[in-house]
Design a protein around this ligand. Structure first.
Ligand code: ZN
Length: 500
């Protein structure tokens, strides 16, 4: 064959190969999409199907909301009396629980209960919630339909601060235990209840102290359950038409770095090319231009679980993450909500130069806040930033000398996760619902419990729509009475299921 012939044939061959390759890719994508299915759910009836006294249960939550157990950064503003009265209310309203469980006060206001099980060879479980709530902004008060601490029950809805975050968790778990005790139930495992009093301001005096106590006792829990995820309905996850119970398996860490540059000060009439503040400004530009690399591990796990229930294009995309992951990463990075789920985030929050307009700063500084992905650390964030800035004239230090490290990562394919999942299904009786692991981008008290169990989950049985989600920490926080009854049932099923 002559060379000439070859030249004519090669492009044709190339196009043929390209066509075959494309066909092959499409075929694989098609097969992957068609076989991308959720494992079938076989619903089992609730272990305890007995009635719950709806009116009494709702009324007690309404009363619980009326104690203004508000957390303030300034401790002097905290009304300790509200907490003490709330404790008294719990003792009066859950007498069987208080007669059968031991109670320890931690840091005076946090509560740690223990319900002793019959089989000491089994690992205990720990159910967490917190007693405190966030304040109500004075300027928004008149936009509340019912007074935020009135606990008004109106048309099947319980209103007030703490309705979902999270007096419903404290009282809901107590209702379940009081109900089980009334039936003479005795668990096999020890069941611990931990209700901190300062979660909304970091949990350093509550959860952190309780955790230290449990660690000192050498405890290792089968699982620990705190708030974090919830059941999200239509419209919260784009492309999902069915409800998803999001269970947090890890939570991000927190660190702020301070950048400092020094220079010769003086009058600003004959300035150098870059002042100390200019040097810091350049560093800020560099930092913003170099976001941390994406870590798709958690999104991959989430989309693997919920992808099969999505519609056409989305389903095809998530069924073929082997090919589409760069595209998915690009899309997730483009929105601030989803970006926070794929990487350590960077937020430049403070800056300082000289104190007068015509004075050169002898020192300039900036503070950058980072939310750290699991697997990274305060020190690794610092090293990354030093590398990005690449300027030995800038001193980088961890603000306050302390980083809140990211949590450990819990498994979602083990016995503990199955216990949680089963309890969710036994209450919802909804086979379209999907229970999916995810990364919590905010903070919960659970971060203090790292090391006390290899199964630490963040999930509260709340049902959210985009509208009700906004009300948490916002205006007109509320919970439907029916949903609250399910909170009680959920705790009952969880305890029973973990003690079979
Ligand atoms: Zn909360």
């Amino acid at each position: 064959m002559s060379q000439n012939n070859n030249e004519r044939i090669e492009p044709v061959k190339f196009l043929t190969y390209l066509f075959l390759l494309l066909l092959g890719v499409l075929l694989i994508m098609g097969i992957k999409t068609l076989t991308f299915n959720s494992p079938s759910v076989s619903l089992t009836p609730a272990i305890d199907n007995s009635d719950i006294d709806v009116d009494a249960v709702a009324k007690r939550l309404s009363q619980g909301i009326q104690f203004a157990t508000i957390s303030h950064m300034d401790e002097r503003q905290v009304e300790r009396d509200a907490f003490t009265k709330f404790h008294h209310f719990l003792k009066t309203n859950y007498p069987k629980l208080h007669a059968n469980l031991s109670l320890e006060m931690v840091s005076e206001l946090s509560l740690l209960y223990r319900w002793q099980g019959s089989d000491p060879s089994l690992k205990p479980i720990l159910l967490m919630s917190h007693q405190d709530v966030v304040p109500v902004d004075a300027e928004t008060r008149d936009r509340w339909v019912h007074e935020p601490f009135s606990g008004t029950i109106d048309d099947g809805i319980i209103w007030g601060r703490g309705a979902v975050d999270i007096k419903s968790g404290v009282l809901g778990s107590m209702e379940a235990i009081e109900d089980l005790l009334a039936k003479g139930y005795q668990p096999k495992r020890d069941i611990y209840l931990a209700y901190g009093h300062d979660e909304e301001i970091g949990g350093d005096n509550g959860a952190a102290k309780i955790s230290a106590l449990l660690k000192a006792r050498g405890l290792d829990f089968q699982f620990i359950l705190d708030e974090g995820g919830s059941i999200v309905g239509d419209g919260i996850i784009p492309g999902m038409q069915t409800p998803v119970a999001l269970v947090g398996i890890a939570e991000k860490g927190y660190v702020s770095l301070e950048l400092k540059a020094t220079a010769v000060g003086g009058h600003s009439s004959m300035p150098p090319k870059h002042t100390a503040l200019g040097v810091i400004a350049q560093a800020i530009v560099d930092i913003e231009a170099h976001p941390f690399p994406a870590n798709m591990a958690y999104s991959r796990q989430l989309f693997n679980t919920i992808g099969p229930a999505m519609g056409g294009v989305e389903k095809a995309i998530f069924a073929n993450m082997w090919l589409t992951e760069p595209l998915v990463e690009h899309i997730l990075s483009g929105s601030k909500t989803t970006n926070a789920a794929v990487r350590t985030t960077t937020a430049v929050t403070m800056a300082k130069g000289s104190s007068k307009d015509n004075v050169l700063p002898s020192e300039a500084s900036a503070v950058v806040n980072f939310r750290i992905m699991p697997g990274e650390s305060g020190e690794s964030v610092k090293a990354y930033i030093e590398n990005v800035i690449d300027n030995s004239d800038i001193e980088v230090s961890i603000l306050g000398g302390f980083a809140g490290e990211p949590s450990s990562v819990s498994k979602s394919d083990n016995e503990s996760f199955a216990m949680l999942k089963d309890a969710i299904y036994r209450v919802t009786q909804d086979e379209s619902l999907i229970v999916a692991p995810y990364l919590v981008t905010g903070g919960t008290d659970a971060k203090h419990y790292t090391g006390l169990s290899d199964s630490i989950y963040r999930f509260a049985f709340n049902r959210f729509t985009p509208e009700t989600l906004e009300r948490m920490h916002g205006i007109n926080e509320q919970i439907k009475v029916d949903d609250y009854v399910d909170v009680v049932k959920f705790f009952r099923e969880l305890i029973l299921g973990a003690n079979l």
